[in-house]
Design a protein around this ligand. Sequence first.
Ligand code: 2P0
Length: 326
Amino acid sequence: MKATVKAHTNIALIKYWGKRDERLFLPTNNSLSVTLDKFYTITTVEFDEQLTSDQFYLNGNEAEAKETKKVVTFLNRVREKANSTLFAKVTSENHVPTAAGFASSASGYAALAAAAAKAIGLNLNERELSQLARQGSGSASRSIFGGYVEWEKGMESDGSDCYATPILDRDAWDLRVLSVEVTTKAKKVLSREGMKRTVETSPFFAGWLEAVDKDLITIKEALQEKDFTKLGQVVEANALKMHATTLGANPPFMYWQSATVEVMQEVQALREKGIEAYFTIDAGPNVKVVCQPDDEQKIHEALNALPVVNEIHHCRVGPGITYIAD
Ligand code: 2P0
């Protein structure tokens, strides 16, 4: 009744931005990500008839009540599926620098879904695990798989056709992602809240939905043709469109800080010098830069020279979930 799983985080190249069902985590649009090798979560789940409630330990300490509540809600879904009433001890180690703007929820819920399913005796395939992980956090549906992954929004109201699928192996295209951590002070609007506010109030949200389908077609062509320029251009443009929706929300909000804009402008300046780099930004001020291996060092040096840059993490394309023997 015990299992341990390692899952890696991912960065969306075409963003998930908006839900059509908040309880089931059903998105308004497909998204496409690359799994990263450097950041991951290792989670052990043990169901135990001696326990009288669920326990959640994160990085060696009992987790905060808010986080534990989310984990309990998720375990309730797993118990319902398995027709079980057993409580569990969940132990998670996060190797994700949250200051770098990576949501640990993607690797966290992918690892939790796979470990909990195995520990309770559910025999789920990867597609089913993707659907389960999705119900902890949307982006976790993509972290079940390695390489380049598309999360299908699906049409059904029960989420039965809403899951991620791998579209290109990690070995098929060796791209690099530099995670550029900038100095930051402001409090951020959580992505869950920002997404909801945008869907409900931003007049630009309709434009986002119209654009994202076209961007998906373009990026899939780029992946097939291994056309880096085509990929980079659509990645950067898609991130800018996602962020534009937040400016139209009521009340309006913005994830960027001045340091964010400085990094974005340096990336554009690098391109003018003939070095191909493209940025993407999630629900926070840090910037991720996508590039080809030969340019990685030059881009690092240019960005590292900016006073607003704190740290740069270098990532390669990573694998899907792995089960670890106890
Ligand atoms: C993404 N983000 O595609 C997008 C782009 C942020 C910006 O997925 O509410 O933590 O748990 O489903 O997955 C971050 O949101 O949101 C996210 P929930 P999640 O990666």
